[in-house]
Design a protein around this ligand. Sequence first.
Ligand code: ADP
Ligand code: ZN
Ligand code: ZN
Length: 730
Amino acid sequence: MFADVVLSEYSRNIDRILTYIVPDGINDIKIGTKVLVPVNRSKVEGYVINLSEKTDVPIDKVKPIVDVVNDITLFDDKLLDLALWMKDYYKCNISESLQCIIPSGTKSGIKKVKTVRLNNGFVDDCKITPKQLEIINYLKKNDLVALSDLVKDLNVSYSTVNSLFKKGIVSVDYKEINRFKATDCNRTKKHIPTKEQEQVISEVKKIIGKNIFEKYLLFGVTGSGKTEVYLQLIEKCIELGKEAIVLVPEISLTPQTIERFVSRFGNLVAVLHSGLSDGERFDEWRKIVNGDVKIVVGVRNAVFAPFSNLGLIIIDEEHETTYKQSDFKPKYNVKEVAEKRCEIEKAILLLGSATPQVETYYKALNKEYRLLRLNNRIRVNLPEVEIVNMSRELADGNNSIFSRKLYYEIKKNLIKGEQTILFLNRRGFSSFVVCRDCGYVPECPNCDISLTYHADDGKLKCHYCGYNINTVRTCPKCGSKRIRYLGIGTERVEKEVKRLFPKSRVLRMDIDTTKTKGAHEKIFNEFRSGNADILIGTQMISKGFDIPNVTLVGVILADITLNIPDFRSGERTFQLLTQVAGRAGRGEKPGRVIIQTYEDDNYSIIAAKNQDYEAFFNEEIHYRETYMYPPFTHLLNILISGPEKNNVISSAALVHNLIIKTINKNEIKSYNKVLGPSSAPIERIKNNYRWQIIVKSVKRSVLEDICDALNNHNFMKGIKLSYDLDPLNL
Ligand code: ADP
Ligand code: ZN
Ligand code: ZN
């Protein structure tokens, strides 16, 4: 028997796959086994990806495998297929795509600890102390517990447990235990679906468990009961002996979300989030492999959950950009990976959103996804939304960050004892310039995105193509001299609220206040339980919050998202405003939303006010087509970085040449456009200069060829090159 082994240590961009003999003494080698193999004079680790009786390699060249590193199978042939597809689609090595699939924490292995359990048929002994009785009662409720947990939870000593052991009441053992204990919560019953929900559920139910690959988009307004639809479909899925994966964005993996799944399905659910230690993650992974759980709720990498009979993958809030992994190779989009996995496993993919990504909705209209709709909120109607023009406020002599309208509404809520959310998305690095009289924002004539102000050289620059102009002092549109840089943040809002409403109880949730573990939960729980009147926050508070007493949402400045230098800024604004507005009026009382802006004629803001996705989409898709952005093109973003500025610039020029050559080699001519080289949005990080080139093409294959060309090229020492195919953030 021969085994093809991918070496986990590889050089540069080339995979090393070598063939070895499986020696007689080692039997348990399968696809997915981690093995130790000889290479030259040393021994390295690798993964078995193929087994066969024959090999083309001359037999005297084939060496035997030295040992099995890990006696668990790390992936099966279906997950291997997925990794092979990722390698081709995202242009990475097989060893890199396998790293996505293999659980981190295989090194921590299985943990055995001292455990305690109650012996069967023990006799109640009158000489039992109250402490000992406490232990017995605890063990009656918990079958098997770690000794250290028992001692800690009940605050008893080891000797107390030991005396019970000596009396033969409990037994102590070394056992494998699970490091992650899910929080207990009450079981909830399912809702009787509304007519709308029933229609959606029955349509998907028809093909669940039939081994048919199908893709759906569930487009339902906030609060329309999408989650209930998910729950009932999952129930059907496990009834039929299949398993389900639910993906949620990191920020909405709140205790509230987890609760909704755990309270319905109890210990059939495993939760995978980034807060788990390697050991905990590995234990959850083993529960999945062993069939102890049937449902996985998690962030991005839960898509690789090693189920063997997968029936359904749900991606909630499918428009979220955190579904794209863009930190390391392979830079994958979990929606595409999930789709491929469903195709391989003949399972169902269900995407859900109140504000679908433009590309997704476009595909749904073109019948690539089946479109399912929920048009009505379950409880109350959608909130009333009002736009306030901040230039007019200023003209009327109000230069506070609060419009008069928002000020009075906050005041009213404080008097009525109802809660308020104030939202400001001060995210990112760039400040932008706006005319305070007419709302004009300078834009790039080539790319139609807003220019970013650079304080170092006082220029306004385009981050796509490098176009730049000197800072404007008078507005080219209305001639006003009141040109401002916008740079307010949540901290400033908090200060203002405390100044204007000194008696109000205020909480703030942003990156700065949620650095410590559990801080996010703490703030949320405090607000939910009514211990604060006003919550100020960034996009962290835009979703997942279902708090009935919140009746007012104020958006301090919608323009911040509108003017991020990204062609998706209109889409982001619409999504964020819709999500944030959806926090208001989820209980009995109706909700109000006030959006403050300088650009009250912008289509994203108007569509958000009217909560009209279609109106937004129709404008947006027209803009995308005119400027040839996705879904009409694919993008490739290439980043060249290094410590020597000149080397970075000359390497960027070289990359540019390679791109042009590759494009010209393509036989069938189609739309291609190369933007840059230009300095990246953040020009220098940790003394590394960063330049970027963006390529737009109607054909993804052209971009793939460019990646191949880059991978086959040797760049100057010290130069680092990375690329992102179909990036979600530019
Ligand atoms: P979405 O996920 O679309 O935002 P949710 O699933 O959170 O909506 O539903 C909103 C609220 O309505 C939740 O509190 C949920 O428990 C409740 N709900 C959902 N479906 C029903 C139903 N059929 N009957 C009664 N209440 C429901
Ligand atoms: Zn102006
Ligand atoms: Zn430009």
